[in-house]
Design a protein around this ligand. Structure first.
Ligand code: COA
Length: 236
C-alpha cells in the first residue's frame, strides 16, 4: 500500500498516535523564544562546544522542540525527559516501557522530527544548494551502483537525484542507528527509484520539507499515513 502524506497542518490539542500512522513535525530553527531552560546540562554543554553561534542556536531550538513534541505524547514536562544514546549517537527515551520511537534532523532553517509507535524510524533533511560540489561528495560516499545511477540522471535533474540518494542513505542509516560506522552503507539501486519502496525491511518516502529542501523518512515497518504537523507552539 502506498504511504500517503497529509498536507502540513496544525496539530490537534490531544495527540493520538495511531498504529498505522507516522507523525512528522516540521519547525523553523530561527526563533527568538528563550528555550535553553528546556534542555538538560549535557545538552547545554554540547551547545556551548559548538563554535558557530548559529549552529549552537539551531541545536538548542531543535532539542527544545524535540522535548516539547515528545512530552506532548507522554504527558510529561519537556525538561523531565531523559535520553540515552546508541553506540553511534542515536538518541532514545529513557524510563518508558512503550515510548514512541523518534528521530530528529535539521538543515538550514528547518528542523524535522518523526515519531512512530512501533518499529524504528530515521529522518534526514537537506537544503538544496545549487553550488554544491555534489560530484565530489558522490565520489567519496556513494557506491559504484549509486554513482552510475546518478550519472544516468539527465543533467538538469542530476542535483535533485544526488539529494534523493543522499537523504535516502542518511535516513536509512539513521533509522538503523549506526551512522558512519554501519558496515552496510550501500542502500541498493531499488531504493533509489520511485517515491516509496519496500525491500522487506525498510520503507522510504522522499518529499519536499519546504522550498528548496528535501526530506526522506525511513521506516522499519509498514505504515499507511504520514500525518504532517506544523509546529510551534502547540498550546497557544
Ligand atoms: C549524526 C548522523 C547520523 C547524521 O548527521 P547529520 O546529517 O549531520 O545531521 P541530521 O540533522 O540529519 O541529524 C542529526 C540528529 O540525528 C540524531 N542522531 C545522532 N546520531 C544518530 C545516529 N547514529 N542515528 C540516528 N540518529 C542520530 C540526533 O538527534 C541529531 O541531532 P542532535 O545532535 O541535534 O540531537 C551522522 O553522523 C551520520 O553518521 N550520517 C550517516 C553517514 C554517512 O555515511 N553519510 C554519507 C552518505 S549519505
Amino acid at each position: 500500500m502506498p504511504l500517503a502524506l497529509t498536507p502540513w497542518h496544525d496539530p490537534p490539542t490531544l495527540l493520538d498516535l495511531k498504529s498505522d500512522e507516522v507523525h512528522l513535525w516540521r519547525f523553523p530553527l530561527v526563533c527568538s523564544d528563550p528555550l535553553e531552560n528546556l534542555l538538560d546540562e549535557q545538552e547545554l554543554q554540547r551547545a556551548k562546544r559548538l563554535r558557530s553561534p548559529d549552529k549552537a542556536r539551531a541545536f538548542v531550538v531543535a532539542r527544545a522542540r524535540l522535548r516539547q513534541i515528545l512530552s506532548a505524547y507522554l504527558d510529561m514536562e519537556p525538561q523531565a525527559l531523559r535520553f540515552s544514546y546508541g553506540s553511534a549517537g542515536k538518541p532514545a527515551l529513557v524510563g518508558f516501557v512503550d515510548s514512541p520511537a523518534f528521530n530528529l534532523a535539521h538543515s538550514g532553517n528547518w528542523g524535522v522530527c518523526a515519531v512512530v509507535g512501533r518499529g524504528e524510524v530515521g529522518v534526514d533533511v537537506e537544503t538544496i544548494n545549487s553550488a554544491l560540489d555534489y560530484a565530489n561528495l558522490a565520489q567519496r560516499f556513494f557506491s559504484e551502483a549509486e554513482k552510475q545511477w546518478l550519472q544516468a540522471c539527465p543533467e538538469p535533474r542530476r542535483l535533485r537525484c544526488f539529494y534523493r540518494i543522499w537523504t535516502r542513505k542518511e535516513a536509512w542509516l539513521k533509522g538503523k542507528g549506526g551512522g558512519f560506522s554501519d558496515p552496510e552503507q550501500d542502500i541498493g539501486l531499488a531504493h533509489l527509484a520511485g517515491s516509496c519502496f519496500c525491500d522487506g525491511a525498510w520503507w522510504l518516502r522522499s518529499f519536499p520539507l519546504a522550498r528548496q529542501s528535501l526530506a526522506t523518512l525511513a521506516l522499519s515497518q509498514e505504515f499507511s499515513l504520514v500525518q504532517r504537523w506544523k509546529a510551534w507552539p502547540l498550546s497557544d
